[in-house]
Design a protein around this ligand. Structure first.
Ligand code: SF4
Length: 369
């Protein structure tokens, strides 16, 4: 049984109706449970639970401290190619957007890596669009080998692959895999992915499982908030994370909450996902899965990220550039995948974390093989 069976099983569930009927008593009961079931997660994501954000935050803080201490892991994204054959209607890199596409040479990857490593960052997340003809396996493995010189942990956020291909990348030195389903609602998924390989919902959904089977030590999943009904998406993402945690207990599972931001060439409709819902979702996930990593990117504002440090977040991107070659070349007019809202440097974010009473962690893992 794969997670696809669970998606199908929940497909006819009327989230709106269920959420409307949740009572204060339901929320209180779920809040006080030690081990939360699916129904409890639904209660905590309901509008009624917005009156309980303070007690949810207190419990979330305790659980996060128990499992992660007072630490925030830091990483930086590194875009190495913006070629893409897909047509995602929410993304500035989609095949229809006209701009001068770039793919870094291996020397340029080395320069980017050096520039990032100078900031102290030791965890890197490598990103590409989906264009295997431009970024074939040989290019990706060479890139990973170069990055190994500078970083102790190499994450990949690239196009979904078969398990055998992932095994090659793990052997080259990559250790974590990020892949967002973007939207769990299959009807909306079809609308916003009108063509390209990404139109295959099931292949994408089962990508984290193929990654776990291939030997990645960590997988990071999530939905792009704004594409579907946010709390239904939050529930499905939570369900997916728990499925992965239970099926692959030796794999570290994390969730992200990327919110849609404006991007050149993007046309997708955006559901509102205000800060209060964002916080509620994070707290509900923490109570549902105490060991879950929660990643917050620079899509969020500096002031908001400062507050989230206390509410269960475990990993922040810092000093991010979302254009190809952005670190070493620092171009003003380059094309970005999404606009960075928190543009602070690694030093500034580190200072903020320390001032909040937490320890910034640059390196918490290293392959000894
Ligand atoms: S989201 Fe990824 S796959 Fe879709 S258009 Fe953008 S870069 Fe390509």
């Amino acid at each position: 049984m794969s997670f696809m069976d669970q998606v199908i099983a929940w497909e006819e569930f009327d989230f709106k109706d269920f959420f409307e009927k949740v009572t204060t008593r339901d929320v209180q009961r779920s809040l006080h449970r030690d081990i939360l079931a699916f129904r409890d997660l639904l209660h905590l994501l309901s509008p009624c639970a917005q009156d309980f954000l303070e007690p949810m935050a207190q419990k979330a803080r305790l659980l996060t401290r128990q499992y992660f201490g007072r630490t925030i892991g830091l990483y930086a994204p590194l875009y190495i190619s913006d070629y893409c054959v897909n047509q995602c209607t929410y993304c500035g890199f989609n095949a229809h957007t006209r701009f001068a596409r770039t793919k870094l040479t291996l020397d340029q990857i080395d320069q980017e890596a050096e520039a990032i490593a100078k900031t102290g960052i030791r965890h890197i997340l490598v990103l590409t669009g989906e264009a295997p003809a431009r970024t074939p396996m040989s290019y990706l493995t060479d890139a990973v080998r170069i990055l190994k010189k500078y970083f102790s942990s190499i994450g990949l956020e690239i196009f979904p692959m078969d398990e055998a291909d992932y095994r090659i990348l793990v052997a080259a030195g990559a250790d974590s895999l990020t892949v967002y389903q973007e939207v769990y609602d299959r009807k909306i998924y079809k609308q916003v992915h009108p063509g390209g390989k990404k139109a295959d919902y099931a292949y994408r959904l089962l990508t984290p499982e193929r990654g776990a089977q291939a030997g990645f030590r960590a997988v990071n999943i999530g939905a792009l908030f704004g594409l579907g009904n946010p709390m239904a998406e939050a529930f499905m993402a939570g369900l997916h994370a728990r499925y992965l945690e239970q099926t692959y207990p030796d794999v570290e599972v994390s969730l992200s909450l990327p919110r849609m931001t404006k991007a050149e060439g993007a046309t997708a409709f955006c559901h509102s996902f205000p800060d209060i819902s964002f916080v509620q979702c994070m707290l509900a996930w923490r109570l549902f899965m105490p060991r879950l990593g929660i990643t917050i990117s620079t899509r969020e504002s500096a002031a908001f990220r400062d507050r989230l440090v206390h509410l269960g977040a475990t990993r922040y991107s810092a000093g991010s550039r979302t254009d190809v070659g952005g670190y070493a070349r620092n171009l003003e007019d380059s094309t970005v995948q999404f606009a960075v809202t928190d543009a602070r440097s690694v030093d500034q974010i580190t200072r903020m974390i320390r001032k909040s009473g937490f320890q910034p962690v640059f390196k918490d893992w290293e392959s000894v093989i």
